[in-house]
Ligand binder design. Structure first.
Ligand code: UD1
Length: 418
């Protein structure tokens, strides 16, 4: 397991190019199984979740080939409907493949998914949605087994707007017979991006971005080239880094409208933020004032994937903040680690009560999950003295070239292989 050694205290200055969105690229890669023509996804992010997804696609019999920073997937000879446990456990998004694999083979066998250990993360909504389209689902020895004669469109009402369930049902419905209507659908920008991609290769999907998505089944899809949207969580992480360390950075390619909840909070903190086309420029000159409270919500609310980073920022603001995590019950695992660095945080159920301290102190801390790990890296960058952040493979799941990008901005970060 690699670690980061970080000498904190440097201000951050300069430009950082934002990668394509992990949460767009993963379901788009799952969608490539739906077509027999080759698909080229442009500017693939260099993150381990994508590498694992590519390994799973290869296991399904798809031909995958990197070409510079692009990835070509050719599923024409895909011949396997089983995702074994050693791969599925690496990556929760393997569950998104259920929809496309069942569409292609009318059968699927997939080990219960892995991914970040941030709560129970059930898949009941995925499965009940697929059942509504005519799929029989059984569970056996840690595997989900699906089969159907054919997929038939239907109306599906989600109990909560799950991102993954919405995407999975979209993927299963694209080539189903008839029309599927998904109500109480998630409205995340990545779902709109998936719709855009699917329509680009010949699907008929509308409504993504609203609570109702309508999919009219088509017989065949074709191929093409596609550039996914940029990663609002990576952009948000860099903006929070500059807010914590001070300085001035420009997030290039960032889509401000997709993180307006964060921008609003950072302005409330006292950051100066300027938006110009696809650039977000953040300047922080003096110590920030705490936001009174923020809570995570489905989009367009404050993203749970930025909760840990924003809480780390609250720790060194003047004043007190209350954080409420509404989506995942165990998303405060990073808190004991931040306490080692001097943070004053008390967690009670879904709430974290944060009393601002002057500074973090350098310490050795252990990343427990992707976004919590990123929060520890930011805290170490802003801290006085030297820190080590262990187990950064968690961070590698979602941030490509993280240390290079941080170093380019002036952060003193090096990776060491333990
Ligand atoms: C996706 C994102 C993840 C983000 C999350 C919430 C990807 C690859 N991952 O994860 O980064 O943190 O959205 O924005 O896009 N739920 C159920 N039953 C289900 C499915 C979900 O109860 O079948 C619940 C979950 O426990 C959670 C809530 O719904 O409380 C939201 O989860 P969901 O939107 O499904 O998250 P993911 O798709 O796993």
């Amino acid at each position: 397991m690699d670690k980061y050694v970080i000498n904190g205290g440097n201000k951050l200055y300069g430009n950082v190019k934002i990668q394509t969105a992990k949460n767009s690229v993963l379901p788009i890669l799952a969608a490539t199984v739906l077509t027999d023509s080759s698909v080229k996804i442009l500017d693939i992010p260099q993150i381990s979740d994508v590498k694992n997804m590519v390994r799973i696609l290869s296991r399904l019999g798809c031909k995958t080939q990197y070409c510079d920073s692009h990835l070509i997937v050719d599923a024409s000879n895909s011949n396997n409907y089983e995702i074994p446990s050693e791969l599925a456990h690496e990556l929760r998004s393997s569950v998104f493949l259920l929809g496309s694999v069942i569409s292609r083979f009318h059968k699927a066998k997939i080990a219960y998914p892995g991914g970040c250990d941030i709560g129970l993360r059930p898949v009941d909504l995925h499965l009940s949605g697929l059942k509504r389209l005519g799929v029989t689902v059984t569970e056996e020895n840690g595997y989900i087994l699906c089969s159907c004669e054919k997929l038939t469109g239907n109306e599906i009402m989600l109990d909560c707007p799950s991102v993954g369930a919405t995407e999975n049902i979209m993927l299963a419905a694209v080539k189903a017979e008839g029309t599927t209507v998904i109500k109480n659908a998630a409205r995340e920008p990545e779902i709109e991006d998936l719709q855009k991609f699917l329509n680009y290769i010949g699907a008929k999907v509308k409504g993504a971005g609203s609570g109702t998505i309508i999919v009219e089944g088509v017989k065949k899809l074709h191929g093409g080239e596609y550039l996914p949207i940029t990663d609002r969580i990576e952009a948000g992480t860099f903006l929070i880094a500059a807010a914590m360390c001070g300085g001035e950075i420009c997030a290039e390619g960032a889509l401000a409208e997709n993180i307006s909840s964060l921008i609003h909070k950072l302005r409330e903190n006292g950051c100066k933020i300027h938006i110009k086309n696809d650039k977000i420029i953040l300047r922080r000159e003096r110590r920030l004032t705490a936001v009174k409270s923020f809570e995570t919500q489905p989009y367009p609310g404050f993203p749970t994937d930025l909760q840990a980073q924003m809480t780390a920022l609250c720790c060194i603001c003047q004043g007190q903040s209350i954080v409420t995590e509404n989506l995942f019950e165990t998303r405060y695992k990073y808190v004991p680690q931040l306490r080692k660095m001097g943070a004053d945080i008390t967690v009670i159920d879904r709430n974290a009560f944060v009393r601002g301290v002057e500074k973090f102190n350098g310490a050795t801390v252990v990343a427990q999950d992707l976004r919590g790990g990123a929060a520890l890296v930011l805290a170490a960058l802003a801290a006085q003295g030297k820190s080590e952040v262990l187990d950064i493979s968690h961070v590698d799941r979602g941030y490509g070239d993280f240390e290079y990008k941080l170093r380019n901005l002036g952060g003193d970060v090096i990776r060491k292989t333990v």
